[in-house]
Design a protein around this ligand. Structure first.
Ligand SMILES: CC(C)(COP(=O)(O)OP(=O)(O)OC[C@H]1O[C@@H](n2cnc3c(N)ncnc32)[C@H](O)[C@@H]1OP(=O)(O)O)[C@@H](O)C(=O)NCCC(=O)NCCS
Length: 138
């Protein structure tokens, strides 16, 4: 059964780093020094578990940005990413944020639109991947 847990970086680090390395560095070719940044320690992290194994992750920054959304390739398309995103949006709303923002990879725009986000501004490159800003009011 799918469970999403919110935690601090110290608790999330081992599983979240493993998933993010597999998805962003190995699969998407993002340089590891870009994947790991100084923000993790100040974020709320979500981890998705199914029977004890961690399958996906995401994070919420203090400024309301959601990022590092990653689900292991073999578990995609089953609602894991949606459940992680919903949990992070809920956490932002609970602490009183008025909106959540994303720097979305353009291939995932439809995924985020389905969760109430709207794209704005120009498409730009980050780590060699096209991105667009998305926003959702809470
Ligand atoms: C984006 C990601 C986190 C979504 O996770 P997921 O577990 O596959 O998402 P879900 O199963 O909840 O998908 C929900 C819906 O979004 C759609 N969807 C998922 N990824 C999509 C994509 N890249 N492009 C378009 N639609 C997508 C699914 O088809 C599904 O639609 P449906 O409910 O109508 O069938 C996952 O695809 C992933 O890890 N991708 C690689 C890393 C990445 O690109 N992260 C995003 C950085 S902005």
């Amino acid at each position: 059964m799918l469970q999403i847990e919110l935690m601090r970086w110290e608790q999330a680090r081992a599983a979240a780093s493993r998933i993010r390395y597999a998805v962003f560095v190995e699969e998407q070719g993002v340089p590891v020094e870009i994947e790991l940044d100084e923000h993790d320690a100040e974020c709320i992290h979500a981890l998705a578990f199914d029977g004890g194994a961690a399958l996906g992750t995401g994070r919420l920054l203090p400024d309301g940005h959601i990022g590092r959304m990653a689900v292991l390739r073999e578990f995609r398309g089953r609602g894991v990413g949606s459940a992680i995103l919903a949990k992070l949006i809920e956490a932002a709303a609970r602490r009183g944020d008025r909106e959540v923002l994303l720097s979305a990879q353009v291939h995932a725009l439809a995924f985020y639109r389905a969760h109430g986000f709207s794209a704005e501004g120009e498409v730009y490159q980050d780590a060699g991947i096209p991105h667009q800003t998305m926003r959702r009011a809470l």
